[in-house]
Write a protein that binds this ligand. Structure first.
Ligand SMILES: [Zn+2]
Length: 238
């Protein structure tokens, strides 16, 4: 899968404005500007969001997490390229359908990879174990012969999904500099991408404000300047 061209600044502002009227889990998906975003495998969406948002963050993923054992805030900092290197090259593998088969104790299982829409459904299932079972029910398309206890397949199915969609869950291992506790945390790629877009748009709107006040230009005119001419004009504005 390849990302389309990056959004123009005007498209980004428009997508952000539209997204703010949507529930928080949907907002990052709207940055991608494609109808099928919530039906793609979760890791594909993460790869597309990393590709889209990297230009706004200097190609870095930075986040802070709470230490589970002390008040310390832990900082994580990755190169986007290193995260994307974990994703399979879809151009070589062909378009991803998200569907695959797995042999499990004499059963032929047909499965599909979880999508953002599935994760939203699973989040309403209750605790983490209930969410995992909910996802399995949603993603297990067929079993031949039928399974007496589908939940027994969970460890193997989870591992097979992780192998096929490595960015589906981005886990990082951190050691707290304050207390030495080592913890594994999940990196929320959609949340990071939305924060990056939100910061970028608010900076852009601040620039629109300064140039509109100085020159009387409209928002569309200021955004239409492009980043280099806009920066040059901003240098002239006290
Ligand atoms: Zn700590």
């Amino acid at each position: 899968m390849t990302a389309g061209p990056p959004p123009t600044e005007a498209e980004l502002v428009s997508a952000w404005d539209h997204a703010l009227g949507q529930p928080a889990p949907r907002r990052p998906l709207l940055l991608l500007g494609r109808e099928d975003a919530d039906r793609l495998p979760v890791g594909e969406v993460a790869a597309l969001l990393l590709t889209t948002a990297r230009a706004w963050t200097g190609d870095r993923v930075e986040a802070t997490l709470d230490c589970p054992a002390c008040p310390e805030r832990l900082e994580v900092d990755f190169a986007v390229a290193d995260l994307l290197a974990a994703a399979p090259d879809r151009q070589e593998a062909g378009p991803a359908t998200g569907t695959f088969t797995l042999r499990w104790r004499g059963h032929q299982l047909t499965l599909r990879l979880p999508t953002p829409a599935d994760l939203q459904g699973a989040a309403r299932a209750g605790d983490a174990a209930a969410a995992e079972r909910w996802l399995l029910r949603a993603c297990l398309l067929a079993a031949d012969p039928p399974l007496a206890d589908p939940d027994a397949t969970l460890p193997e199915v989870s591992a097979a999904m992780a192998a096929r969609d490595p960015l589906g869950v981005v886990a990082v291992t951190l050691t707290c500099p304050g207390c030495g506790t080592t913890t594994e945390a999940l990196l929320d790629v959609p949340g990071w991408a939305w924060q990056a877009a939100d910061g970028r748009v608010r900076r852009l709107l601040g620039e629109v404000h300064r140039l509109a006040r100085a020159y009387g230009w409209s928002e569309a005119e200021v955004l239409g300047l492009g980043p280099h001419r806009r920066a040059a004009y901003l240098e002239q504005v006290p």
